[in-house]
Every structure is written in structure tokens, then in C-alpha cells.
Write a protein that binds this ligand. Structure first.
Ligand code: BES
Ligand code: MN
Ligand code: ZN
Length: 498
């Protein structure tokens, strides 16, 4: 997919997309054939700019083969997120008519949104909505029309101002696509090993990134007993993926650590999931993909910060040597954990990754992302990520950043009482409390034991990491949630409590 800032469509495959808010329609005076046509549709009342509505025009003359006019809804309700979603939705409609090249007029501009914002949000949503993952298809490829160019038409006097914002939108969509592809790759393709390879590969073309991969022997040596325990039932070896980023002119002494759950497939282990709950579990490495996608994007945007991304990668399998309920593991920081449920594997692998991050990198803040509990999915659905923290200033900064990019987080409690839930009768901690009781919170309470007192935010993305159906700029499958939020948060500065 290529994209450019201003081009004129010329071939029959081309499609021009224009947006209208309710009550602000096209005028027919002295304009090209499509706007004369659209003005007629508007006068008839067949298209009014209502959100989600659209009309496809085939002007009889002029350079544009097709025009898709889309409704943007009420003018006063138009914001960044609506524009992104409308652009993503429009791309889907464009694909249905077989367009190969599409040109957007910045949605919502020149009023109520200025050209540059509108152009950037339109491109961001359009490119995310244009994501596809077809590498496993071998049929019907020959005669499929492929969308291969998305452009934004900018007025001449806005081109210079828009250029960096459009480049940024492209970089963001590119990082999200990278993460989505990792997530969409099935468990037999994306293993801990190939996940680590993908991480190494992304550093090869980005000199500011350095990768370091710990294999099974390394993990034994540094004492990551929890990650090794989860891996015990698998034929595929585990990896701890470490990527560091040194931004230009970074002044912070200590980095921000971004830690991701990288379970490449979660069967539940011996506490096997039922077939209803197992199907989607290739996406249980979404947090890891987001951690790596974030550091990749930070490098592409040249952010002046220090970062480290750490992903604990393995599948969770019920092989002969598998972890059993009752087993006790020793984590990287020396704490012991009693395994109550082998399906609560995420907090185990994160325990090691968090402890490793804190002890080796002495970060000024830690943010982890994990598809950790069905409990948070049940509580918040697909609209919000569960946010847990030991530092309300940091938590609020991340929440605000998420709000700005359309990735909502909702604060969840984490009180001292919750820490009681994960105290074990025979070890320091246990990996689950009473079945079904505040599980998202007990998971967070266990993680806290491996990172406190470092300022920390835990993002439980179990409900937000996957889309069953396409919606706006979300395509079916992996969402790539977290990347844009964390980049926004890093740009805003990530304050912590004094
Ligand atoms: N990966 C799952 C959580 C999950 C569920 C993510 C649905 C995305 C969608 C996690 O490893 C898990 O199995 N959690 C258990 C924990 C329980 C056994 C304490 C859960 O939530 O049921
Ligand atoms: Mn599990
Ligand atoms: Zn899991």
C-alpha cells in the first residue's frame, strides 16, 4: 500500500471520497460533474450527511470515475475519532466497488476541522481500515482488484504544513499493521521463536533499536522460573524478547519499560480451555505485539525518549511435562508462586518479565499490556481496556492519551485488600483466587508484587485486542490496540506522582 499527499485520480479504477456533515451539502454552481450530480441527490433529500450514510456516484464526464460521498453526522459532534472511523469505513466501501486507488478529500475540512488535522485523521483511519492479511490465501487471487494507493488531496497552501502530520499518520498505521499481522498469524506460524525473529528483523532496519533474545538456557540462568514453568508443557522453546530504543537527544536517565504478554497460543495448559474459548487464543500475544509495535513506532517517529520493550513469549500447552495445579515456581525476583490454575499463565510469564525489566533497566515507569483476563472483558466489553496502577498520576496520563487516540481505558481498583487474595498457603503468592472472583483485579495484584514501587500501569486488553467483525478502522482480527495510546502518552511526557 502506498500513500501520498496530493494526487489526481485518472484511471477508471479511481475513487474520490468526500464527506459531508448534516445540513452542509454540496453546491452545484460552476463545479465539476460529480458535484452537480451530488447536489441533485442532496436536493432530493436522498443523502443528508447522516452518520454512516453514503451515496456512490458515477459522473458521466470529468476525470473522476467514481465518487463516494459519505455522511459524517452532526457537525458539532465531529471529532478525531469519528473522522478516523468514517475514513476506515469508507475504505471498506471502496474495496467493495473494486477501487484500486482512492483519493480522499480531508473529512470534516475546512470546517469544522482544519485541513491539516482532518487530513491526518483521515489518512490514519483510512490506512488502518485498509489493512489486510491475505498471506494464507491461495485461491481467487488472480482476478481480485487490490487497493494499492490511498491519497489525501490537500490544498496547495496546506501541503507543507500537512506533510509531517501525514507522514506520522502513515507511520502509525504501519506500526499497527505490523502488530496486527503478528497477532493474526496462527499459533503454528508465530511461535516464541518466530516472534523473536520478527522483533530482531524490525531492529535491523532501525539503527536506534537493539534486540537481545534470551533463549531457554539464558532463562534458566537468570532464573525466569515462571516463564519456564508455563513453557514446560510445550515442544516449542520460550523466548524473552528485549528491544531497547535510544531516541535522539533523550535526556531521561532512566527508560520507560513496556512489557507485553507474549503467549503465542493459550490452550489453558492442563486446566484446558473448552473448545468455545480456545479458538481465538492465537491473539494471546497481543500485548507483546503492542509493546514491540510501540518501540518500532517510537523509532520511526524519532521520539526523544529512552525505551525498553520486553516480551515474555511461549505458548501454553498441556504436554507431558506441563505445569500442574499445585506446582510451585520461583520467579526471577526469587518470589515463589503456587500455581492454582495453569490457565492463569499470563500473570506468571509477566511476573518474570516485570521483575527482569525493573531489576536490569531501573525504569522510571513500567507499562504492561496483556490479554490477561476474561473478567475484564466481561466487565468492560470491547469498548475499553482495564487500567490498573500503583501511581494515579501515571495512570491518568495513560488514560488521557488513550482517550485522544480513540483507545479508551477505564480505571479499575487495586487496593491492599486485593493483595490478600493472591497470598498462598504454602508459597509467597498464588496465581489465582477463588474462581470467578474479581479475577482481573487479583491478576493485577499479583503483578504488582513484581514491579512495586516502580510507577506502573497494567493494561488488561483481553476485551479490546481482537475484533470479531470489522468496525470503522478496525479490521477483523487483531486490533493492534495500545500502540497509538502509548506513543501519545510518551509524547505527552508520562508524569509520575512526586
Ligand atoms: N488469555 C486468557 C484471557 C483471555 C480470555 C484473553 C478471553 C482474551 C479473551 C488468560 O490466560 C486466561 O485464561 N485467564 C483466565 C484466568 C483464570 C483461570 C484465573 C480467565 O480469565 O478465565
Ligand atoms: Mn490462560
Ligand atoms: Zn492467556
Amino acid at each position: 500500500m502506498t500513500s501520498s499527499s496530493h494526487e489526481t485520480p485518472g484511471t477508471v479504477d479511481d475513487l474520490l471520497i468526500v464527506g459531508f456533515t448534516e445540513g452542509f451539502g454540496p453546491s452545484a454552481e460552476g463545479e465539476d460533474p460529480w458535484s452537480v450530480q451530488l447536489a441533485r441527490v442532496w436536493t432530493l433529500g436522498d443523502f443528508t450527511g447522516k452518520e454512516g450514510s453514503s451515496v456512490l456516484l458515477y459522473p458521466p464526464t470529468g476525470p473522476v470515475a467514481r465518487v463516494l460521498a459519505i455522511g459524517l453526522g452532526k457537525r458539532e459532534e465531529l471529532d478525531a475519532e469519528r473522522i478516523r472511523h468514517a475514513a476506515g469505513e469508507a475504505v471498506r466501501a471502496a474495496r467493495e466497488v473494486g477501487a484500486r486507488r482512492i483519493l480522499f478529500s480531508p473529512l470534516g475540512a475546512p470546517a469544522p476541522i482544519d485541513w491539516v488535522d482532518a487530513g491526518a485523521w483521515t489518512l490514519e483511519g483510512a490506512l488502518m481500515g485498509a489493512y489486510t492479511h491475505d498471506v494464507f490465501r491461495t485461491e481467487d487471487l488472480a482476478d481480485r482488484k487490490v487497493l494499492d494507493n490511498v491519497s489525501i488531496a490537500m490544498p496547495d497552501d496546506q501541503v507543507d504544513a500537512a506533510a509531517p502530520r501525514l507522514a506520522r499518520a502513515r507511520a502509525m498505521a504501519d506500526a499497527v499493521a505490523w502488530a496486527r499481522t503478528r497477532i493474526n498469524e496462527p499459533g503454528n506460524v508465530l511461535t516464541a521463536e518466530t516472534f523473536a525473529q520478527a522483533a530482531v528483523e524490525m531492529t535491523l532496519t532501525r539503527p536506534a533499536l537493539k534486540a537481545e533474545i534470551l533463549n531457554k538456557a539464558d532463562l534458566e540462568q537468570v532464573g525466569c522460573g515462571c516463564l519456564l514453568g508455563v513453557n514446560a508443557g510445550s515442544e516449542a522453546p520460550p523466548r524473552l524478547i528485549i528491544v531497547t530504543y535510544e531516541g535522539p537527544g533523550a535526556t531521561d536517565a532512566a527508560p520507560v519499560a513496556i512489557v507485553g504478554k507474549g503467549i503465542t497460543f493459550d490452550t489453558g495448559g492442563l486446566c484446558l480451555k473448552g473448545r468455545e474459548n480456545m479458538g481465538q487464543m492465537k491473539h494471546d500475544m497481543s500485548g507483546g505485539a503492542a509493546a514491540l509495535g510501540t518501540i518500532r513506532l517510537a523509532a520511526d517517529l524519532n521520539l526523544p525518549v529512552r525505551l525498553v520493550a520486553i516480551v515474555a513469549a511461549t505458548d501454553n500447552m498441556p504436554g507431558a511435562a506441563a505445569l500442574k495445579p499445585g506446582d510451585v515456581l520461583k520467579a526471577h525476583n526469587g518470589k515463589t508462586v503456587e500455581v492454582i490454575d495453569t490457565d492463569a499463565e499470563g500473570r506468571l510469564v509477566l511476573a518474570d518479565a516485570l521483575s527482569y525489566a525493573v531489576s536490569r533497566f531501573k525504569p522510571r515507569a513500567v507499562i504492561d499490556l496483556a490479554t490477561l483476563t476474561g473478567s475484564v472483558w466481561i466487565a468492560l466489553g470491547t469498548e475499553a481496556t482495564g487500567l490498573f496502577t500503583n501511581d494515579d498520576t501515571l495512570g491518568e496520563a495513560v488514560r488521557k492519551a488513550g482517550e485522544r487516540v480513540g483507545e479508551r481505558c477505564w480505571p479499575m481498583p487495586l487496593w491492599p485488600e486485593h493483595e490478600e487474595i493472591v497470598k498462598s498457603d504454602i508459597a509467597d503468592l498464588k496465581n489465582a483466587g477463588a474462581r470467578g472472583h474479581s479475577d482481573g483485579i487479583s491478576a493485577a495484584a499479583m503483578l504488582k508484587a513484581f514491579v512495586h514501587p516502580t510507577p506502573w500501569v497494567h493494561l488488561d486488553i483481553a476485551g479490546t485486542a481482537w475484533a470479531d467483525e470489522p468496525k470503522g478502522y478496525l479490521t477483523q482480527g487483531g486490533v493492534g490496540v495500545g500502540i497509538r495510546m502509548l506513543i501519545e502518552a510518551l509524547e505527552l511526557g508520562l508524569p509520575v506522582s512526586a
